[in-house]
Write a protein that binds this ligand. Structure first.
Ligand code: HEC
Ligand code: HEC
Ligand code: HEC
Ligand code: HEC
Ligand code: HEC
Length: 289
């Protein structure tokens, strides 16, 4: 964590790095927007809790408000109770309760905001243009994964398959699956490439080579991607509203725990495996070109 922070500072200072471009003014505006949205919630709660008592008790001073909210007085259903009936010893005790009460509410609100609401606001959900069934296709093709994800002569990786790789079987609709129909009618018929959303997409400034990992180091696809290759449906893609990154980069666990090697793929995750497998984290320019 420390190292990363230092690194970030370094790069922000030197505005010419490719990574520096990642924070554009538009994104900062969006960040401010998310912050605002998030402040509205507690403000509404305060307004609601004020409204509660106004019907029966006139509010004059801050202490009176305290009395209304404090549990002792809320329990008192007598409509004639007015601020004048209050004795001064009780007043002190009530405001202590008031502070504690709001401290607990505030703490609970902060926890809910930090652990539940903020992560929800931070990511927008996007559906893939069409659903794709990996398990079904693995049975139909001859060379398994490599029929669609292969290495070219020069060692570069084909990545997500192009339309040309689907056309031999999907020139026309062959089954009754509505996803296939949508695929053939919208994309194949018009020769439009499918705009697949790539879960593992890294920022532009990161250089990654599949050949080094899959061919040289003989790593399994699942080590970094999980079991997408055997799935029957594509999961929802989640995009970070501030950075624009896929959620698979920073992971789902707010506390940073990692159960599987593929739960997250941040800079530290790449570097940790490099340290373990090659004995060195590598220089910046190895991954940033
Ligand atoms: C018939 C073609 C086909 C076959 C065979 C196939 N895939 Fe895919 N694969 C696709 C398509 C299309 C996508 C694009 C969907 C997407 O963006 O996730 C994809 C996406 C992926 C991705 C997700 C990349 C990302 O981050 O979004 C992984 C990982 C993957 N495939 C692994 C595999 C593995 C492992 C196998 C073999 C067990 C396999 N695939 C077999 C067509 C295929
Ligand atoms: C070897 C032939 C073959 C290839 C290559 C192939 N498909 Fe299919 N595909 C099929 C068959 C067969 C079905 C099942 C049709 C049915 O019975 O519903 C199918 C079903 C589908 C469906 C509907 C089921 C689902 O997955 O949700 C989609 C969408 C689809 N294919 C997309 C693709 C895409 C995209 C590619 C290229 C990356 C591709 N297919 C490549 C043969 C193939
Ligand atoms: C060491 C981890 C690692 C392994 C192993 C790995 N990948 Fe990836 N994969 C990545 C990363 C990181 C990216 C994102 C690259 C980027 O955005 O530049 C990626 C991207 C992809 C993409 C989308 C690429 C694109 O350009 O559209 C596909 C498809 C994919 N991987 C499939 C596979 C398959 C199939 C295997 C197994 C043969 C595999 N990967 C093995 C880490 C890995
Ligand atoms: C699970 C282990 C693992 C993970 C995760 C991993 N790598 Fe690697 N990486 C390796 C190993 C092992 C090698 C050395 C391969 C070889 O023998 O040349 C390597 C080599 C590389 C190289 C050097 C390639 C070359 O041509 O010299 C780059 C660049 C690289 N990794 C980038 C990344 C990035 C970026 C990520 C994270 C998105 C990442 N790696 C995640 C294991 C990993
Ligand atoms: C093993 C590969 C690897 C090495 C080595 C590495 N990085 Fe990174 N770096 C990444 C990956 C992957 C990301 C994107 C994911 C993330 O934000 O954690 C990243 C992100 C960053 C970012 C944030 C960019 C953004 O758009 O948010 C900065 C800045 C950065 N790296 C600087 C450095 C510096 C400086 C060094 C050398 C001390 C370095 N990196 C070494 C893989 C690496």
């Amino acid at each position: 964590m420390h190292k990363k922070n230092n690194i970030n500072k370094l790069a922000v200072g030197s505005t010419v790095t490719a990574c520096g471009e990642a924070v554009r003014p538009k994104q900062l505006v969006r960040a401010a927007f998310v912050k605002q949205e998030f402040l509205i919630i507690p403000a509404n709660w305060v307004r609601m809790s004020k409204k509660k008592g106004t019907g029966t008790v006139p509010m004059t001073t801050l202490d009176d408000k305290a009395k209304e909210v404090s549990p002792d007085v809320v329990g008192d259903t007598n409509p004639t109770s007015s601020p004048d009936n209050c004795n001064c010893e009780n007043k002190g005790k009530d405001s202590g309760g008031f502070i504690l009460f709001f401290f607990i509410i505030g703490l609970a609100a902060a926890l809910v905001a930090g652990w539940i609401i903020f992560p929800k606001l931070l990511y927008s959900q996007k559906k893939q243009p069409i659903d794709f069934n990996h398990a079904l296709h693995n049975e139909l093709v001859e060379e398994g994964c490599e029929s669609c994800h292969f290495f070219r002569e020069d060692g570069s990786f084909s990545g997500v398959p192009k339309l040309a790789q689907c056309i031999e079987c999907h020139e026309e609709v062959q089954g009754e699956d509505p996803e296939e129909e949508k695929f053939v009618e919208t994309y194949v018929a018009n020769e439009n490439e499918v705009p697949w959303l790539v879960y593992s997409r890294q920022p532009d400034c990161v250089f990654f080579s599949h050949a080094a990992h899959v061919k040289a180091a003989e790593m399994d696809c699942a080590a970094c991607h999980g079991h997408i290759g055997e799935s029957t449906h594509l999961k929802t893609y989640e995009e970070n509203r501030i950075s624009g990154y896929s959620r698979d980069i920073w992971g789902k666990n707010a506390a940073g725990f990692k159960k599987n090697t593929w739960d997250r793929m941040k800079m530290d995750d790449c570097a940790k495996c490099h340290q373990k497998e090659t004995g060195s984290k590598g220089a910046c320019f190895q991954c940033h070109k």
